[in-house]
Design a protein around this ligand. Structure first.
Ligand code: PRT
Ligand code: ZN
Length: 287
């Protein structure tokens, strides 16, 4: 009997491609992706991978050509396809923002009333303006949105931003965030039971990889008289592991800390008398 495979759509070549493929690889899934290759079979997981343009991914998933896919929330909101978001992936972060030329005296959203806005995200922008009660003229263009004001095509733009340097070098100033975005895993509705089982298996691995990336393993030596203070600084998943060292009066402390609090905790630990602090990245973290 032919075993069923889960089909996943990834961006073929673009900002999300490398992170999407690395994520699968970190989940222990092996596959090849040659230049120009449109599909690939994973070697050690019942998974078939399609490499597509990101704009097409929501539709392919909604239509059942693929079961799941990785795409930016910005594209998902724009295409308005009936798929569900099953996991945020913590990469591809950016925001969709309104930006105006330097000489545009901007005070509030009202200033967009009657203005021409160039964007590749007309649906998202229309919903945003509708909710704010602003009537603006939305001009849909597919690329190089940032040059529209300088060539007289628009009064302002609504475009994706990460560092902001593209806006800056085109004489534009970011004034409002329309939406924040990151890559997400989407799925079509009504997966049959065997496919859902495969998806659950993949999700279990994805979550372990995500948790590992957000945490660090920390090892340190603490003088016994400072142990209470030091262990209280480390929240850990449970209380930290404390083991006596061969050297009299010292203990070894192990724990897991979240990368967001990482530097503050390390500084406090050092201050409290911890020595030989080692910080290791974690490969997988199974909760
Ligand atoms: O060929 P295909 O259609 O698949 O790719 P694409 O060209 O449409 O998309 P791509 O690869 O550019 O982006 C894919 C996804 O990456 C987007 O849909 C977002 O979800 C996400 N992403 C994250 C970004 C950015 N960051 C980003 N900075 N997408 C685009 N940009 C643009 C931005 O608009 C600006 O023009 O990159 C430029 C540099 O940004 P700054 O602000 O750092 O200067
Ligand atoms: Zn695209």
């Amino acid at each position: 009997m032919k075993t069923e495979k889960l089909k996943i759509a990834l961006q073929k070549s673009g900002r999300l491609s490398e992170d999407s493929m690395n994520l699968l690889k970190r989940c222990g899934i092996r596959f090849t992706n040659g230049l120009g290759k449109l599909r690939s079979d994973a070697e050690n997981f019942p998974l078939e991978i399609f490499f597509l343009r990101d704009d097409d991914i929501p539709e392919y998933v909604a239509d059942g050509v693929a079961d799941i896919g990785v795409v930016g929330e910005n594209v998902l909101s724009e295409t308005e396809k009936a798929v569900s978001v099953i996991e945020k992936l913590n990469f591809g972060r950016c925001r969709l923002s309104l930006a105006v030329p330097k000489n545009f005296e901007y005070r509030s959203l009202r200033d967009f009333e009657g203005k021409r806005i160039a964007t590749s995200y007309p649906n998202v922008l229309r919903r945003f303006f509708n909710a704010a009660g602003v009537r603006a003229e939305i001009h849909t263009i597919s690329g190089s949105v940032e040059i529209a004001p300088s060539i007289g095509l628009a009064d302002a733009v609504c475009d994706l931003v990460s560092s902001g340097s593209t806006l800056f070098s085109n004489g534009l100033r970011e004034v409002e965030t329309v939406m924040n975005s990151e890559a997400v895993l989407i799925a079509r509705a009504n997966l049959d039971a065997p496919l859902q089982t495969l998806l659950d298996k993949l999700l279990f691995r994805l979550k372990a990889v995500k948790a590992a990336r957000q945490n660090k393993y920390i090892l340190l030596n603490a003088p016994n008289e400072k142990l209470t203070e030091i262990t209280s600084l480390i929240p850990g998943m449970k209380s930290p592991t404390v083991m006596p060292l061969a050297e009299e009066g010292w203990s070894s402390v192990h724990s897991v800390i979240n990368e967001n609090d990482f530097w503050e905790i390390v500084e406090a630990l050092k201050h409290a008398g911890a020595q030989g602090i080692l910080v290791l990245s974690i490969d997988q973290m199974i909760n």
